[in-house]
Write a protein that binds this ligand. Structure first.
Ligand code: NDP
Ligand SMILES: O=C1OC[C@@H](O)[C@H](O)[C@H]1O
Length: 395
């Protein structure tokens, strides 16, 4: 109990570190100025708080479509600079002091603004899901490779020791070959209120895109292979209104994977409350059934608050493990959030150090491919491709 309270206290009140330029042996390394597109809700948890404990990260600038909103957000979160108005996003990208662009815009705008940031010579920390389509994700990584820039799709949970411990147990063969993997993510009604970007088809909304993309990701990660087909898929629209015809509030899918693995996925972004008032405990579990037993992780998505890994080998006693840090084998503290571990890896990659782990181009493109394949199977169809046309030398 003390460990839990101490962890939560440190997550909410991380000890600030002195920030500035560093050196790696003889190599001087400049601290990175981050510029954030949009005054987004996720930015404080995903970047601003983690940055307070990263010696090489400055939260430098924010851009929002409304200047007053941009200024208020900058003041509240301690940004040095704000850009506001219709040209704000491009102005931020054009600021020579910005080294890295954080892109937490609605999914349907990820492609356009990541391409523009790369074109402007900036590294990009890109929120999940990377884009609306696999083709767009591939185009982003092709441009990043041509320009020698870093792009990371922010699947933050992958950087935390908890999910990596589950994968290590599976790879140790303690439980033998994997037979099935089921993964679910549910969120209580109100998480995405009416009018939220998640309910807009044009902005790349839908449950399969939002919590669902994590279920596709954890399936592929734990299986260490890709799906081969979507066997069944069913989705339920957010409402009967015409604009929600292709916007799912929940989905179920069964996929076959290489190595004879079956995957079962579910997400619900609008789970009704009990008696309309009591939120249900979210389902945040991944369960892997192997020839020699099962392993279940409760709360694979935000394990830093609390998680449990239950290993049940056939014929042996069950054990429960936790993994909040890498126990000295890699950087981190028990109270580091998934986002803090992710920031460490991202900065390492940009600064030319080897990150503890990574989500690479192939991984991101495959994830988008299978999100699209689920939408194709359930009849909701891919989210619309961006109308932005990239010209390498124009503009
Ligand atoms: N990693 C994680 O744990 C999480 C990731 N996410 C991801 O982050 C992204 C943003 O999510 P969230 O912070 O909840 O989003 P918000 O609802 O806060 O929207 C983000 C920003 O989008 C901008 N925007 C630009 N164009 C539009 C438009 N046409 N309509 C509405 N907003 C627009 C707004 O910027 P402006 O301020 O300029 O008006 C707004 O600040 C998504 O991709 C989501 O999947 C979200 C939650 C958790
Ligand atoms: O990334 C996310 O994680 C938590 C979810 O509730 C949220 O909708 C999503 O964007």
């Amino acid at each position: 109990m003390f460990a839990l309270l101490s962890r939560v206290y440190n997550i909410l009140n991380p000890p600030e570190v002195k920030r500035g330029d560093v050196s790696d042996g003889d190599r001087p390394l400049k601290a990175l100025n981050f510029g954030c597109l949009g005054a987004a809700k996720i930015t404080p948890a995903a970047l601003i708080q983690p940055a307070r404990t990263h010696p090489e990260v400055f939260i430098y600038a924010v851009a929002a479509r409304d200047a007053t909103r941009a200024e208020a957000y900058a003041k509240k979160h301690g940004f040095e600079k704000s850009y506001g108005g219709p040209t704000a996003y491009q102005d931020l990208i054009d600021d020579p002091k910005v080294d890295v662009v954080y892109n937490p815009l609605p999914n349907g705008l990820h492609f356009e603004w990541t391409m523009k940031a790369l074109k402007g010579g900036k590294h990009v920390l890109l929120e999940k899901p990377a884009t609306n389509t696999a083709a767009e994700a591939a185009a982003i990584f092709a441009l990043a490779a041509r320009k020698n820039l870093v792009v990371l799709e922010a699947f933050h949970y992958r950087f935390h020791p908890a999910i990596q411990r589950v994968k290590a147990i599976l790879e140790s063969q303690e439980l033998g070959a994997i037979k099935t993997i089921s993964a679910a993510l549910t969120a209580p009604r109100g998480t995405a209120p009416e009018g939220d970007i998640r309910w807009s088809y044009d902005l790349g909304g839908g449950s399969t895109m939002d919590p669902g993309c994590y279920t596709v990701n954890v399936l592929r990660y734990l299986a260490s292979c890709n799906p081969t087909a979507v066997l069944t898929a069913k989705a339920v629209p957010y409402s009967s209104r015409p604009e929600h015809k292709q916007v799912d509030k929940m989905f179920w899918a069964t996929l076959s994977l290489e190595k004879d693995i079956i995957g079962e996925l579910h997400s619900n972004l609008d789970e009704p409350k009990i008696f309309g008032i009591i939120p249900r405990i979210p389902n945040l579990s991944a369960i892997v059934t192997c020839e020699g037993g099962t392993i279940e992780i409760f709360n694979f998505m935000i394990p830093h608050f609390y998680h449990s890994i239950t290993i049940s080998p056939v014929g042996k006693s069950r054990r429960v493990e936790k993994a909040y840090s890498f126990k000295g084998t890699a950087k981190g503290e028990d109270w580091w959030t998934t986002y803090r571990y992710q920031l460490e890896a991202f900065v390492d990659q940009v600064q030319g150090r080897a990150p503890q782990t990574w989500v690479d181009a192939e991984d991101t493109v495959a994830n988008m491919k299978w999100v699209e394949a689920i939408y194709e199977k359930d009849g909701f169809g891919s989210r619309p491709a961006s109308k932005y046309v990239f010209h390498e030398d124009a503009e």
